[in-house]
Write a protein that binds this ligand. Structure first.
Ligand code: ADP
Length: 493
């Protein structure tokens, strides 16, 4: 009998580093996870220690490897929190500042200055993104301008820039490989997603020297190897977490959509070789590069989805476990007057209204925990429908099915209501670790574990939810939602 072979996925997230070993049937065999410190130096600032990120990632990697013979690990895939920015000295290997996390807002004023100087359109045309502090470019600019000696070190070509994938790869390969993949490069606000190159004009606007930037490779490619106790394990798959999840959800062809229900919602639609510029409040991004061909995606994110259920639990003490929201909502299945708009931190795609604030509408004397909980779960589905509507507008096509994952997709009430309000099927993934699975797939393609055709046959849905609501009711409910949203907008103005 031949020994079982494995692919190792690293899932370096915002709050924890995880490692998962998949076998060649793409089944999860071993998982390890370690949280790390969130650093908040001032209001709106969020940092991570890159050394701790690396240490926790290596710790969980070594833990899962210890369960098997390392010679049977054929490849490594890396998925990462996107946009988070690290700058390090290539001679000492030390970061010159903490990693500035995607959530960090300190560079909003740099973005505003660029907007005032009329550059918003230029950035959007070249990068597909909105000019926002969320993306890496202004974070990199901030580090160069605010860390003592950084400009001189950069001029001496001693500094390297990377998103978290690049930082990990550089360290795993002992400084041999300084590279990123197309999906991560497309989140920096410096990468021209049409010409597939670092954009000289954008680099100049942000004073970023070209020599700091990583080489951009396919998402399924040779990224060197990690040496584990004298055994070389090739790194073959790299992608930003949401794009990795799109791949892990088998959304391989244009038109396929996945939605992840976590704290917020992240929806991506594969648009194939078409980089669609959104007119409906979405961003354009690179999904992945394989065999020298790049696939694009439209992306929309909602700030608060599962977090609204956490708020009911922690803020209002409605229940002990978020999973209790399902049975509570079912108690008022027939009432439909209450709408909950969870715009706690403004509204993301497709509204982009930072001044909106949360509200509950339609309360009557008999409204209670159950109606409010139901309305909160429904708000997750309504926000998802908002994103789907935006994608339909941008692509001029009706979509037909949605692949779902993330913590809150365990809620059957939510999934059924989602299918009902969309009027189309929802496919819940059997392996809800879509992110780790996605980079395992990419690595396995590179090292020859499976072919693309074999991958296509691997998808297992644990459950399909079919719509059962009539059109009249669907339209009436959605109209109510849109009315509720409109009343929360510009609240702070
Ligand atoms: P993240 O990766 O953003 O931390 P997860 O994918 O772990 O998120 O999902 C956690 C979120 O999903 C939390 O906001 C939680 O409230 C919500 N959630 C988890 N399980 C359920 C459930 N059964 N019903 C409703 N919401 C849930």
């Amino acid at each position: 009998m031949t020994a079982e072979k494995y692919i190792l996925s690293m899932d370096q997230g915002t709050t924890s580093s995880r490692a998962i070993l998949f076998n060649e049937r793409a089944e999860i065999c071993f998982v390890a996870q370690k949280e790390f410190e969130q650093i908040f130096p001032s209001p709106g600032w969020v940092e991570h220690d890159p050394i701790e990120i690396l240490a926790t990632q290596l710790q969980v990697v070594n833990e899962v490897i210890s369960h098997v013979n390392p010679e049977n690990i054929t490849g490594i895939g890396i998925a990462n929190q996107r946009e988070t920015t690290v700058v390090w000295n290539k001679e000492t290997g030390k970061p010159i500042y903490n990693a500035i996390v995607w959530q960090d807002k300190r560079t909003t004023s740099i973005c505003n200055d660029l907007k005032q100087n009329g550059y918003e359109k230029l950035f959007k045309e070249k990068t597909g993104l909105v000019l926002d502090a969320y993306f890496s470019a202004t974070k990199l600019n901030w580090i160069l301008n605010n860390v003592e000696g950084a400009v001189e070190l950069a001029a001496d070509e001693k500094l390297l820039f990377g998103t978290i994938d690049t930082w990990l790869i550089w360290n795993l390969t002992q400084g041999e490989v300084h590279a990123t993949d197309y999906s991560n490069a497309s989140r920096t606000l410096l990468y021209n997603i049409h010409e597939l190159c670092w954009d000289a004009h954008l680099l100049e606007l942000l004073n970023v020297p070209q020599n700091m930037l990583p080489e951009v490779r396919d998402s399924s490619a040779d990224y060197g190897h990690y040496m584990y106790n004298g055994i070389r394990i090739p790194i073959g798959g790299v992608a930003g977490d949401q794009q990795a999840a799109l791949f892990g959800q088998h959304c391989f062809s244009a038109g396929m959509v996945k939605n992840t229900y976590g704290t917020g919602c992240f929806m991506l639609m594969n648009t194939g070789d078409n980089a669609i510029v959104s007119k409906a409040g979405l961003i354009t991004t690179i999904a992945w590069g394989i065999n020298g061909t790049v696939s694009y995606a439209l992306e929309g994110s909602v700030f608060i989805s599962g977090a609204a259920i956490q708020w009911l639990r922690d803020g209002l003490s409605f229940f002990e476990n978020v999973s209790d929201s399902e049975s509570l909502a079912l108690k008022s299945i027939d009432s439909e007057e209450v709408y909950f708009v969870p715009a706690f931190t403004g509204l993301g795609a497709p509204y982009w209204d930072m001044d909106a604030r949360g509200a509950i509408f339609g309360l009557t004397r008999d409204s209670g925990k159950s109606q409010i909980t139901k309305a909160a779960l429904e708000s997750i589905a309504f926000q998802t429908k908002d994103l789907i509507s935006a994608m339909e507008l941008d692509t001029n096509k009706k979509f037909s099915a949605l692949a779902v994952d993330g913590g809150a997709c365990a809620n059957n009430f939510l999934m059924q209501f989602q299918a009902d309000i969309l009027g189309s099927s929802i496919q819940r993934a059997a392996v809800i670790e879509s992110t780790a699975l996605g980079v395992a797939y990419l690595a396995g393609l590179q090292v020859g574990v499976w072919t693309f055709t074999e991958l296509k046959n691997k998808k297992i849905n644990s459950q399909v939810f079919k719509p059962s609501m009539d059109d009249e009711k669907r339209e009436r409910l959605y109209k109510g939602w849109l009315k509720a949203v409109s009343r929360t907008m510009n609240w702070k103005e």
